[in-house]
Design a protein around this ligand. Structure first.
Ligand SMILES: *Cc1c(COP(=O)(O)O)cnc(C)c1O
Length: 367
């Protein structure tokens, strides 16, 4: 084993339970199916006998790159696609970091970044985010990273940074700024308009959340032609299979379908936030397809043991959420993905039962 691999523990993804009956609010998957155009495109590609699968796919995923370029009003040289956006993030770390080129990231943020950096033997520079969703742009500029991952909207907090904030980082930071926009379709703004002005900006997107294709593994990055050409040297020669390529392109075509499902998810998000706030819960403002929520307790509204106990109670009742106890900022919260209205009603019902049974109050009296 290489020293870098030996020193690194693997990324822990959210649980994918076997068997039915679970309500999965733990990995920010989409509760609605992908567009019917996506299903038709996959069936067309597969044909009656699957004969197309004999042949290698387009090595560069050329038609999908073109579709993404058109979608964003940019050129095909400014797009690379990957086997999920995790593949693209991995390419970015491998291409732009090593033992003498540190990787920066916000803290808390997506826990895959330090794993990818560690495998490149790169040291990690962390810049804290406040619970209000702010950070010090000068600290990013001064962290001496070669590449900095900035998740916007932030994961796991859900808050979005303004375009001015992103610009203030871009103007000062002389490394590559990767804005991970996995949740941007659920937000009020995106940063793609800044690409032509800032050659040090990279934007990553995924089909896993807003496009309901987590099981297909498709993502992409938008960047300068130089950055894309460098990433193309590092990627696998056939990094996207045939079905994933046509699925992604078809998804980008059906804007009307996705505008509808995204609007529904946002409405469910706001209704769930209002319902919890009405019950005295703390809910962070979210521009993503999840909410960070903290149950009320006797002594304070933010308690890590209460969140851990609620997580367990929900799981015993077959509702999966996510708890991030390692960071003091996230420890008092559960991250709850936005499901459909029926799933959120079950979540609220079980959460109510826990509170009624004295969940957080019991903890307050023992500790
Ligand atoms: C879900 C997620 C991704 C990964 O998306 P895939 O395309 O499924 O690999 C990337 N970044 C963040 C912040 C995410 O939450």
């Amino acid at each position: 084993m290489s020293a870098a691999v030996a020193a690194q523990s693997a990324y822990t993804p959210g649980e994918q339970p076997q068997g039915g009956g679970w309500i999965k609010l733990n990995t920010n998957e989409n509760p609605y199916p992908p567009s019917p155009l996506v299903v038709a495109a996959i069936q067309r590609e597969l044909g009656g006998d699957g004969a197309s699968l004999r042949l290698y796919p387009s090595p560069k995923s050329a038609p999908l790159r073109l579709a993404a370029a058109r979608f964003h009003g940019t050129n095909v040289e400014n797009v690379i696609v990957g086997n999920g956006s995790d593949d693209v993030l991995n390419l970015l770390a491998r291409t732009f970091s090593d033992a003498s080129r540190p990787v920066g990231m916000l803290d808390p943020s997506y826990s895959l970044y330090p794993v990818l950096s560690g495998l490149c033997a790169a040291s990690v520079r962390r810049v804290p985010v406040s619970i209000e969703g702010d950070f010090d742009a000068d600290a990013v500029a001064g962290c001496a990273a070669n590449i900095f991952f900035l998740t916007n909207p932030n994961a796991p907090l859900g808050t979005a940074f303004s375009r001015e904030k992103i610009e203030s980082v871009l103007a000062r930071f002389d490394g590559l700024l990767v804005v991970d926009e996995a949740y941007a379709p659920f937000a009020n703004a995106d940063t793609t308009g800044l690409l032509s002005e800032y050659p040090n900006l990279v934007i990553t997107r995924t089909f896993s959340k807003a496009y309901a294709l987590a099981g297909m593994r498709v993502g992409y990055a938008l960047a300068s032609a130089e950055v894309i050409a460098a990433l193309d040297r590092v990627r696998d020669s056939y990094n996207l299979d045939r079905l994933a390529q046509v699925a992604g392109a078809a998804a980008l075509e059906d804007t009307a379908y996705y505008e509808r499902t995204i609007a529904t998810i946002k409405a469910t998000r706001e209704a769930t936030a209002a319902a919890l706030q009405g019950r005295g819960w703390r809910v962070l403002p979210s521009q993503a397809n999840f909410l960070m929520v903290s149950p009320p307790s006797e002594r304070s509204i933010s308690s890590a043991p209460a969140a851990a106990a609620l997580f367990q109670f929900l799981k015993e009742n077959k509702v999966l959420t996510r708890h991030f106890p390692q960071n003091p900022l996230t420890a008092p919260f559960l991250r709850v993905s936005i499901g459909n209205d029926a799933e959120m009603a079950v979540f609220l019902d079980i959460a109510d039962k826990w509170v009624a049974a004295g969940g957080a109050a019991q903890l307050a009296s023992v500790s």
